[in-house]
Design a protein around this ligand. Sequence first.
Ligand code: ADP
Ligand code: MG
Length: 251
Amino acid sequence: MSDVLVGLVSAKGSPGVTTSALALASRWPRASLMLEADPFGGDLRAGLGNGQWPPAAGIMEAVVDLRSTNLDAALGRRVHRPTEYSPPVLAGIGCVGQASTLPWSRIGTALARLPGVDVVADCGRFAVADGVTPLLRACDVIVVVTGSSLRAVRAASRIAPLLQEELEVRPGDPRVSVLVVDAGAPYPAAEIAGACRLPLLGELPDDPRAAAVWSDGDRPDRGFGRSPLQREARGLAGALAAFGDGRRGAA
Ligand SMILES: Nc1ncnc2c1ncn2[C@@H]1O[C@H](COP(=O)(O)OP(=O)(O)O)[C@@H](O)[C@H]1O
Ligand SMILES: [Mg+2]
């Protein structure tokens, strides 16, 4: 049985990938883990975690554990769930240079095979041949998260063919798709997908209050679970999780 490893990337000039990854993982229909794999350094400890993260709960420590134990045991020790509404999280690296020291290919292969858990990886801003590219290669699905400004769409359309190359898929293959945050400001999502020559996964709304729960550790208000961001994330999470269903049936 295999589970889904989803990689989220952003292009230059498009914020929202960490927030989107957390929102999606929080509304995942099966067991999920959010992996912070931003090569420019993680934000979760200071953001969602408000600076209260347990010191040894992160990917560097998990990788060291892998020398003496298996992935399940390493994750059991190093994954942290900062609040009851948050998905379980494996926090990322502390400083920029560390990304290239991690065995991303091995990590990706192991996570893609993790039984019973789907992984949503925040791979940060995509740059050709940066440290985490081997993790993208191990992903079953890659989602390009972009805003809808001309600047954002330009940047997304530049990385789209490079990502298709990484996953060895043709334009149109749903395994590399686009997720538009705050569509219509000004370009509509379908037009953006067309410009990127990528299938449209969907949209996440502009929802600053709910987004700040994920990006800055704000306390959720009573309507958080029904907020536009969380509601839309639920539908998209279902669509992404379905990538595992076919293979599961085949296994
Ligand atoms: N759907 C959204 N609606 C409103 N604001 C958002 C949304 N997604 C992200 N943001 C805001 O944009 C900023 C950057 O978000 P973040 O997820 O940290 O971006 P990235 O990981 O791409 O750097 C944060 O202030 C966050 O609250
Ligand atoms: Mg981020």
